[in-house]
Design a protein around this ligand. Structure first.
Ligand code: AMP
Length: 283
């Protein structure tokens, strides 16, 4: 595995691969790998000829007062894991390589970015879209792989790729969880012992919501209220950021649960802001 820091070197390598007819798969990450990241990289390995993993803690997707400086980092371990899971290139640019002075172009998808996480993180998805589009231009992938843990991000990137005719197949992969149900996240290390003990109940509350729907409840407000009651009891250390039942593609709030419905949630738990989601109906 090669470790590259220079965007132009990455682009030249990937242009050559593309000219040779190689299928490049891109996996964008911010590092501090867990099994969720590993699952994306090994999936990429299984479908592509060349696997590019980017590791970049993108400053433009952090708002003021967020955890940019504290975000966990361990390049040596990440490089070993990326290689073990089959990466050909680990791309680890510096912020000034990706956003040199004078950078002035931004990509936004306001209709999907103004809801859910976008309410408390109003500039987050603009930073995500812009860096992902830059990575698309550099790595020239035919496929790009994202986790369903960040469902809104996946929906936005899909829409961006469609709207801008980007020739990349955007693939979403299932959420990898700890044995107790907590969605794996680099930010889980922020949790205290007590907070960590309650955190799996985020997932259990979502499962309760799905069970309510499977039991015939169609009223989204009633399902949300059932989940909220569970979390009030079983997640007392957390503060709700949002609990929303939305259409999985448009992210528009649903009043009735008919064919496809996603419950997406965000909680503040101590220093961590944790997100999770589950399809309540539909695939
Ligand atoms: P991050 O490094 O947190 O920006 O995540 C990089 C990629 O890994 C994103 O596409 C995430 O959605 C994905 N990811 C993060 N956590 C998980 C998880 N628990 N299961 C599956 N994918 C994940």
């Amino acid at each position: 595995m090669q470790i590259l820091t220079d965007p132009r070197t990455l682009q030249q390598t990937c242009l050559r691969w593309r000219a040779d007819g190689q299928h490049t798969v891109l996996v964008p990450t911010m590092g501090y790998y867990h099994s969720g990241h590993e699952s994306l990289i090994s999936y990429a390995r299984s479908v592509g000829d060349k696997v590019v993993v980017s590791l970049f803690v993108n400053p433009t997707q952090f708002g003021p007062g967020e955890d940019l400086a504290a975000y966990p980092r361990d390049l040596e371990r990440d490089a070993a894991l990326a290689e073990a899971n089959g990466a050909d290139i680990l791309f680890t640019p510096q912020p000034a390589d990706m956003f040199p002075a004078g950078h002035a172009t931004w990509i936004e998808v306001p209709s999907l970015a103004g809801t859910l996480c976008g309410v408390s993180r109003p500039t987050h998805f603009r930073g995500v879209c812009t860096v992902v589009m830059k990575l698309f231009q550099l790595a020239m992938p035919r496929t790009a792989v994202f986790g369903q843990k960040d469902w809104q991000q996946l929906a936005i990137i899909r829409r961006m790729a469609r709207d801008l005719n980007v020739p990349v197949d955007v693939v979403g992969r299932p959420i990898v969880r700890e044995q107790d149900g907590l969605a794996m996240s680099s930010r889980n290390i922020y949790l205290s012992t007590e907070e960590r003990a309650q955190a799996p109940n985020i997932h259990h509350g979502l499962a309760l919501g799905r069970a309510l729907v499977q039991g015939g409840e169609r009223d989204a407000a009633a399902v949300a209220e059932g989940m909220r009651r569970y979390w009030r009891e079983n997640l007392p250390l957390a503060q709700e950021d949002y609990i929303s039942i939305v259409h999985p593609e448009t992210l528009e709030p649903l009043a009735r649960i008919t064919d496809a419905a996603l419950c997406a949630v965000a909680f503040r738990l101590g220093k961590a802001r944790l997100i999770d989601n589950m399809l309540l109906a539909g695939e």
